[in-house]
Write a protein that binds this ligand. Sequence first.
Ligand code: ADP
Ligand code: MG
Length: 700
Amino acid sequence: MFLQQRGKDLSDLQIQYIKGVGPQRAKLLSRLGIKTVKDALYYLPHRYEDRSNLKKISDLRYGNVETVSGRVISAEVKRLTGRNLKIFELTVSDGSGLLKGKWFNQPFMKKNFRVGQEVMLCGTVKKTYSGIGFEMDNPEYEITSDDGDLLIHTNRVVPVYRVTSGLSVRQIRSIMFNLINTCIKDVYDPIPVEILRKNGLPGLSESLSQVHFPDTGIDIGFLNRGVSEFHRRLSFDELFMLELGLAVMKRGSVLEKGIAFNPEGRLLKRLIDMLPFRLTKAQEKVFTEILMDMKRPHPMNRLIQGDVGCGKTVIALMAMTVAAECGYQSALMVPTEILAEQHYINIHSVVEDLGLKICLLTGSKKERPLGEIASGEINIVVGTHALIQEGVMFKNLGLVVIDEQHRFGVKQRALLRKKAIDPDVLVMTATPIPRTLALTLYGDLDYSFIDELPPNRRPVETLLFSPGQKEAIYRFIREEIKEGRQVYVVYPVIEESEKTDLRSAIRGKAAFEKSFPEFRVGLIHGRIKAQEREEIMASFKRGELDLLVCTTVIEVGVDVPNATLMLIIHAERFGLAQLHQLRGRVGRGAHRSYCSLIAYEPHREEARRRLDIMVRSNDGFRIAEEDLNIRGPGEFFGTRQSGMPDLKIANIVRDARLLNKARREAFSLIDRDPDLKGFPLLRKSLEAFWEGKVELFKTG
Ligand code: ADP
Ligand code: MG
């Protein structure tokens, strides 16, 4: 946030010049990302300890996390006989009993302690081997007899900060204490006071001071979960700045001039007549929304969400056909070259049948028909996101379709806007996002939702296997193929390598050919040329192959209703979204379908949870929610790449309700005062928040 000190920005005030810091410590602090006073004030404790009434050692309970204060009785390194393990043992007494702290294989810890010193230990209380007294493994510690200030370090709920070597938690705490006392009065609160009042939020300086040194009586559970009212205030600030930025962007694009497409509809009708299926109601509804956007004289900015297999590609195709009919070019962009090729393979013949010209443009492709793109001869270009960065010249780019929102964020969208023209933009997510979150996070976009799958999709039964159940798996494959069905086997890598010991598609193919000489086995992966890949896919579709060994290239748009079994090898290696996407390739016909996940040990707890969710659910939105829980919002959304500012304090999952409030306030404020003329300091801190990501306000 924007903090002022007598007209001076606290983010310009170097931490070095604060009392008790100096050049040496400033260097250490910068390792923690603290360079200015503002950085320091926003360097929040990662947890809190209640030292307002310390437990006596004799009152400790096994299994509880406790903090104890006492005097060092002994400090020695012990060696476990027969094992190459050194244990540093610290014995502490507080007069009521003995407590042992143990650190494994850290003999250097010994030099930190002297007999007679006062220390505090915090950790989980365990029984000792002999049963007498208590111990803690790897407790956090603090040496309390070094320097004095009892008011800062004890007799209260104390903040615990992440440290760096050379700087103890006590030293950081003292610096913070001093900082709060000297600078907090100069903190300027940029959030309009009505908004604070309406939402019952405390002031900024009070909040900063309380999150560092909470008054007694504040629930320590709330503090530790980051949801005390003071934490919430700081979270609100971040969310408000986030939403305010989105509101400004949205407003900007609403006002901008764009293309008013005016299609006759003949080409579109031909496309619809050519489709081998009827559009679902949901597809029709969403396309109507798109068409309305396209006809308006402002740029479209629309997000299309829907579960895997709901049929987003055909919607994109329809929109691109409309653009072509009106004499405009379209670009279809995806995150990787393989995906681009796969999309091209899937749509080029339909497009060509319409009499339109389409080309694939990727970095590794040698002939690049740049001339034909520039002359307008080519109607549709399929490529990666690099399309917009490499300065490809279009004659008249009217529509940009972006598949896979997650890796294409506000930053890239802003880049598009900067190009001379203002094309309509359609964003399609490959991974569903919980609806309320999508609404608030992609607040600069309009939003359409395909809430229906094409008819005759059946829930896929998902089973988890261990490699030891090979016989059962083989029997399963044999039964399906004997019934006339087809099988996919997905591998994480094309070829074995020295770096990993993963099973590979190439080896897998050989193994299946050997085990099933009576079946026809095919192989497809990203190193096979696109044209050849297209032929292999076509022959699988015609039923000329029984079993297709593949990599994740088949994740996109592959549609073989007769394929009823998918085996995913090393399922523990795939992300949830990807597993769900892959599984969407089966369950497309009248027959019952299965997905068998084969997981190799050892795998982490997190992988286990992913696999469990896959077995339990077929619903992409449920799966996305769980994914969000497991990975946390930062990784889930890939915020850094997408150009969304990092959230340091708020957590969009935990603070979902606060996010909604922040959104409402932000959009209503921008409605009333689009340029924030009445709130110059808020505007300045907003720009600082988005700095280096997106330029919100046009300069001049
Ligand atoms: P996604 O939304 O996951 O990108 P796709 O666009 O790849 O889904 O569509 C999945 C498959 O469903 C494609 O093979 C497509 O041809 C088919 N499909 C799309 N719409 C319909 C429909 N209305 N009825 C039947 N099949 C459809
Ligand atoms: Mg798709």
